[in-house]
Design a binder for this molecule. Structure first.
Ligand code: F6R
Length: 241
Protein backbone atom coordinates (compact mmCIF):
# COMPACT_ATOMS: atom_id res chain seq x y z
CA UNK A 1 0.00 0.00 0.00
CA UNK A 2 1.45 3.33 -1.05
CA UNK A 3 0.61 6.43 0.99
CA UNK A 4 0.24 8.72 -2.03
CA UNK A 5 0.32 9.06 -5.80
CA UNK A 6 4.08 9.44 -6.29
CA UNK A 7 4.82 6.55 -3.94
CA UNK A 8 2.29 4.37 -5.78
CA UNK A 9 4.24 4.59 -9.03
CA UNK A 10 7.66 3.97 -7.48
CA UNK A 11 6.27 1.04 -5.46
CA UNK A 12 4.70 -0.41 -8.62
CA UNK A 13 8.00 -0.01 -10.49
CA UNK A 14 10.00 -1.69 -7.70
CA UNK A 15 7.58 -4.62 -7.54
CA UNK A 16 7.53 -4.93 -11.33
CA UNK A 17 11.35 -4.90 -11.56
CA UNK A 18 11.47 -7.58 -8.85
CA UNK A 19 9.14 -9.76 -10.92
CA UNK A 20 11.17 -9.10 -14.07
CA UNK A 21 14.39 -10.12 -12.31
CA UNK A 22 12.77 -13.32 -11.04
CA UNK A 23 11.41 -14.14 -14.50
CA UNK A 24 14.88 -13.58 -15.97
CA UNK A 25 16.18 -16.56 -13.98
CA UNK A 26 14.76 -18.87 -16.65
CA UNK A 27 16.12 -18.82 -20.19
CA UNK A 28 14.54 -17.17 -23.21
CA UNK A 29 12.04 -14.37 -23.64
CA UNK A 30 10.25 -12.82 -20.65
CA UNK A 31 6.61 -12.65 -21.71
CA UNK A 32 4.74 -9.78 -20.08
CA UNK A 33 1.10 -8.70 -20.36
CA UNK A 34 0.63 -4.95 -19.91
CA UNK A 35 -2.59 -2.95 -19.52
CA UNK A 36 -3.54 0.46 -20.86
CA UNK A 37 -5.72 2.87 -18.86
CA UNK A 38 -4.71 5.63 -16.49
CA UNK A 39 -3.46 3.52 -13.57
CA UNK A 40 -0.22 2.17 -15.14
CA UNK A 41 0.91 5.45 -16.75
CA UNK A 42 3.08 6.45 -13.77
CA UNK A 43 4.63 2.98 -13.68
CA UNK A 44 5.58 3.29 -17.35
CA UNK A 45 7.08 6.75 -16.79
CA UNK A 46 9.02 5.39 -13.82
CA UNK A 47 10.40 2.43 -15.80
CA UNK A 48 11.57 4.73 -18.60
CA UNK A 49 13.10 7.28 -16.22
CA UNK A 50 14.84 4.95 -13.78
CA UNK A 51 15.11 1.42 -15.17
CA UNK A 52 15.79 1.84 -18.90
CA UNK A 53 19.46 0.95 -18.33
CA UNK A 54 18.54 -2.68 -17.58
CA UNK A 55 19.16 -3.77 -21.18
CA UNK A 56 19.82 -7.31 -19.91
CA UNK A 57 16.09 -7.47 -19.08
CA UNK A 58 14.55 -5.29 -21.80
CA UNK A 59 16.38 -7.15 -24.58
CA UNK A 60 14.54 -10.29 -23.46
CA UNK A 61 11.24 -8.51 -22.81
CA UNK A 62 8.31 -9.66 -24.95
CA UNK A 63 5.03 -7.73 -24.76
CA UNK A 64 1.83 -9.78 -24.97
CA UNK A 65 -1.36 -7.81 -25.57
CA UNK A 66 -4.07 -8.08 -22.91
CA UNK A 67 -6.84 -6.59 -24.99
CA UNK A 68 -7.40 -4.25 -27.93
CA UNK A 69 -10.13 -2.70 -30.02
CA UNK A 70 -11.35 -4.63 -33.06
CA UNK A 71 -11.85 -3.42 -36.61
CA UNK A 72 -9.26 -0.61 -36.63
CA UNK A 73 -6.45 -0.02 -39.14
CA UNK A 74 -2.97 -0.96 -37.87
CA UNK A 75 -1.90 2.69 -37.60
CA UNK A 76 -5.01 3.86 -35.68
CA UNK A 77 -3.74 5.73 -32.63
CA UNK A 78 -6.61 4.38 -30.52
CA UNK A 79 -5.24 0.83 -30.73
CA UNK A 80 -3.93 -0.22 -27.32
CA UNK A 81 -0.87 -1.70 -29.05
CA UNK A 82 -0.08 1.77 -30.48
CA UNK A 83 -0.86 3.44 -27.13
CA UNK A 84 1.63 1.14 -25.39
CA UNK A 85 4.14 1.59 -28.21
CA UNK A 86 4.07 5.34 -27.53
CA UNK A 87 4.06 5.12 -23.74
CA UNK A 88 6.50 2.32 -23.00
CA UNK A 89 7.54 -0.07 -25.77
CA UNK A 90 9.27 2.34 -28.14
CA UNK A 91 10.86 4.41 -25.32
CA UNK A 92 12.34 1.16 -23.96
CA UNK A 93 13.37 0.03 -27.49
CA UNK A 94 11.23 -3.11 -27.48
CA UNK A 95 11.23 -4.05 -31.19
CA UNK A 96 8.03 -5.00 -33.07
CA UNK A 97 9.34 -8.56 -33.28
CA UNK A 98 9.03 -8.72 -29.48
CA UNK A 99 5.34 -7.80 -29.43
CA UNK A 100 2.46 -10.30 -29.63
CA UNK A 101 -0.48 -8.09 -30.55
CA UNK A 102 -3.97 -8.48 -31.95
CA UNK A 103 -4.47 -7.88 -35.64
CA UNK A 104 -7.39 -5.52 -35.14
CA UNK A 105 -8.21 -5.51 -38.86
CA UNK A 106 -8.26 -9.32 -39.17
CA UNK A 107 -11.07 -10.29 -41.57
CA UNK A 108 -12.06 -13.32 -39.48
CA UNK A 109 -12.23 -12.53 -35.73
CA UNK A 110 -12.58 -16.19 -34.70
CA UNK A 111 -9.44 -17.10 -36.62
CA UNK A 112 -7.69 -14.16 -34.95
CA UNK A 113 -8.76 -15.42 -31.50
CA UNK A 114 -7.56 -18.92 -32.37
CA UNK A 115 -4.19 -17.49 -33.48
CA UNK A 116 -3.79 -15.72 -30.11
CA UNK A 117 -4.94 -18.84 -28.21
CA UNK A 118 -2.29 -20.90 -30.00
CA UNK A 119 0.40 -18.34 -29.08
CA UNK A 120 -0.70 -18.30 -25.44
CA UNK A 121 -0.98 -22.09 -25.26
CA UNK A 122 2.56 -22.63 -26.51
CA UNK A 123 4.17 -19.68 -24.68
CA UNK A 124 2.67 -18.91 -21.28
CA UNK A 125 2.68 -15.54 -19.55
CA UNK A 126 5.53 -14.86 -17.14
CA UNK A 127 4.13 -11.65 -15.66
CA UNK A 128 0.61 -10.24 -16.02
CA UNK A 129 0.28 -6.59 -15.05
CA UNK A 130 -3.42 -5.78 -14.71
CA UNK A 131 -5.75 -2.93 -13.85
CA UNK A 132 -9.12 -3.22 -12.12
CA UNK A 133 -12.27 -1.90 -13.80
CA UNK A 134 -14.82 -0.14 -11.58
CA UNK A 135 -17.23 -2.94 -12.58
CA UNK A 136 -14.66 -5.59 -11.58
CA UNK A 137 -13.45 -6.37 -15.08
CA UNK A 138 -9.95 -7.65 -15.86
CA UNK A 139 -8.80 -6.81 -19.37
CA UNK A 140 -12.14 -6.74 -21.17
CA UNK A 141 -13.41 -9.74 -19.24
CA UNK A 142 -16.64 -8.08 -18.20
CA UNK A 143 -18.96 -9.37 -15.43
CA UNK A 144 -20.25 -12.81 -16.41
CA UNK A 145 -16.95 -13.87 -18.07
CA UNK A 146 -16.03 -17.48 -17.34
CA UNK A 147 -12.82 -18.09 -15.40
CA UNK A 148 -11.66 -20.54 -18.09
CA UNK A 149 -12.55 -18.22 -21.00
CA UNK A 150 -10.18 -18.10 -23.94
CA UNK A 151 -9.45 -15.23 -26.32
CA UNK A 152 -12.60 -13.68 -27.71
CA UNK A 153 -14.30 -10.71 -29.28
CA UNK A 154 -16.58 -8.80 -26.91
CA UNK A 155 -19.01 -5.91 -27.08
CA UNK A 156 -17.92 -3.21 -24.66
CA UNK A 157 -20.27 -2.76 -21.71
CA UNK A 158 -21.82 0.67 -21.09
CA UNK A 159 -19.35 1.07 -18.18
CA UNK A 160 -16.36 0.37 -20.40
CA UNK A 161 -17.62 2.63 -23.21
CA UNK A 162 -18.01 5.45 -20.70
CA UNK A 163 -14.59 4.79 -19.11
CA UNK A 164 -12.86 4.91 -22.51
CA UNK A 165 -14.81 7.90 -23.88
CA UNK A 166 -12.50 10.34 -22.11
CA UNK A 167 -9.46 9.13 -24.03
CA UNK A 168 -10.96 9.52 -27.51
CA UNK A 169 -13.16 12.62 -27.29
CA UNK A 170 -16.53 11.07 -26.52
CA UNK A 171 -18.48 7.82 -26.61
CA UNK A 172 -18.99 8.06 -30.39
CA UNK A 173 -15.27 7.59 -30.96
CA UNK A 174 -14.90 4.49 -28.81
CA UNK A 175 -14.87 1.36 -30.98
CA UNK A 176 -17.78 -0.85 -29.83
CA UNK A 177 -15.98 -4.21 -30.00
CA UNK A 178 -12.67 -5.43 -28.64
CA UNK A 179 -10.53 -8.52 -28.33
CA UNK A 180 -9.51 -9.72 -24.90
CA UNK A 181 -7.39 -12.54 -23.57
CA UNK A 182 -9.68 -14.75 -21.51
CA UNK A 183 -9.30 -15.22 -17.77
CA UNK A 184 -8.24 -18.79 -18.57
CA UNK A 185 -4.98 -17.48 -20.04
CA UNK A 186 -4.50 -14.70 -17.50
CA UNK A 187 -4.99 -17.05 -14.54
CA UNK A 188 -2.05 -19.17 -15.68
CA UNK A 189 0.43 -16.28 -15.48
CA UNK A 190 3.41 -17.18 -13.31
CA UNK A 191 3.20 -13.83 -11.47
CA UNK A 192 0.48 -11.21 -11.45
CA UNK A 193 0.61 -7.58 -10.38
CA UNK A 194 -2.74 -5.82 -9.98
CA UNK A 195 -2.56 -2.01 -9.90
CA UNK A 196 -5.39 -0.22 -8.10
CA UNK A 197 -5.37 3.50 -7.53
CA UNK A 198 -7.82 6.16 -6.41
CA UNK A 199 -10.91 6.51 -4.21
CA UNK A 200 -13.18 5.51 -7.11
CA UNK A 201 -11.66 2.00 -6.91
CA UNK A 202 -12.13 1.56 -3.14
CA UNK A 203 -15.53 -0.10 -3.31
CA UNK A 204 -14.65 -2.55 -6.09
CA UNK A 205 -11.34 -3.44 -4.43
CA UNK A 206 -13.21 -4.20 -1.21
CA UNK A 207 -15.69 -6.35 -3.14
CA UNK A 208 -12.92 -8.13 -5.02
CA UNK A 209 -11.32 -9.10 -1.71
CA UNK A 210 -14.47 -9.96 0.27
CA UNK A 211 -17.37 -10.88 -2.05
CA UNK A 212 -17.91 -14.54 -2.91
CA UNK A 213 -15.64 -15.71 -5.72
CA UNK A 214 -17.89 -15.51 -8.77
CA UNK A 215 -17.95 -14.74 -12.49
CA UNK A 216 -20.29 -11.87 -11.56
CA UNK A 217 -17.13 -10.13 -10.38
CA UNK A 218 -14.32 -11.31 -12.71
CA UNK A 219 -11.54 -9.87 -10.52
CA UNK A 220 -12.41 -12.38 -7.76
CA UNK A 221 -10.63 -14.91 -10.05
CA UNK A 222 -7.37 -13.46 -8.75
CA UNK A 223 -8.15 -15.04 -5.36
CA UNK A 224 -7.75 -18.42 -7.02
CA UNK A 225 -4.32 -17.58 -8.41
CA UNK A 226 -0.81 -17.91 -7.01
CA UNK A 227 1.78 -15.15 -6.82
CA UNK A 228 -0.58 -12.19 -7.00
CA UNK A 229 0.63 -8.84 -5.68
CA UNK A 230 -1.88 -6.03 -5.32
CA UNK A 231 -0.30 -2.59 -5.45
CA UNK A 232 -2.82 -0.06 -4.12
CA UNK A 233 -2.71 3.49 -2.91
CA UNK A 234 -4.20 4.46 0.43
CA UNK A 235 -7.30 5.90 -1.23
CA UNK A 236 -8.15 2.64 -3.03
CA UNK A 237 -7.38 0.66 0.11
CA UNK A 238 -9.50 2.87 2.38
CA UNK A 239 -12.58 0.66 2.20
CA UNK A 240 -10.83 -2.57 1.37
CA UNK A 241 -9.50 -3.87 4.70
C1 F6R B 1 -6.85 -1.85 -20.16
C2 F6R B 1 -7.69 -2.84 -19.49
C3 F6R B 1 -8.68 -2.46 -18.42
C4 F6R B 1 -8.12 -1.48 -17.38
C5 F6R B 1 -9.16 -1.16 -16.31
C6 F6R B 1 -8.69 -0.07 -15.36
O1 F6R B 1 -6.02 -2.45 -21.13
O2 F6R B 1 -7.62 -3.97 -19.83
O3 F6R B 1 -9.11 -3.64 -17.79
O4 F6R B 1 -6.98 -2.03 -16.79
O5 F6R B 1 -10.35 -0.73 -16.91
O6 F6R B 1 -8.50 1.11 -16.08
P1 F6R B 1 -7.92 2.44 -15.41
O7 F6R B 1 -6.51 2.15 -15.07
O8 F6R B 1 -8.02 3.49 -16.48
O9 F6R B 1 -8.76 2.73 -14.22
Amino acid sequence: IAPNNAAFHTLAADIFMGALNRAAAKNGPIRVVLPTGSTPLGLYRELIAHHAHRRDLWDRFHYVALDDYAGLAPDDRRLFSNWLARDILTPLSIPPTHRTIFNSAAPDPSAECARMDAQLDSNGIDIAVLGLGTNGHIGFNEPGSAFDARTRLIHLSADSLAANAAYWGGMDHVPPTAYTLGLGHIMRARETILLVQGPHKAEILHRMLHDPISTALPATALRQMYNVTIVADQAAMSAAE
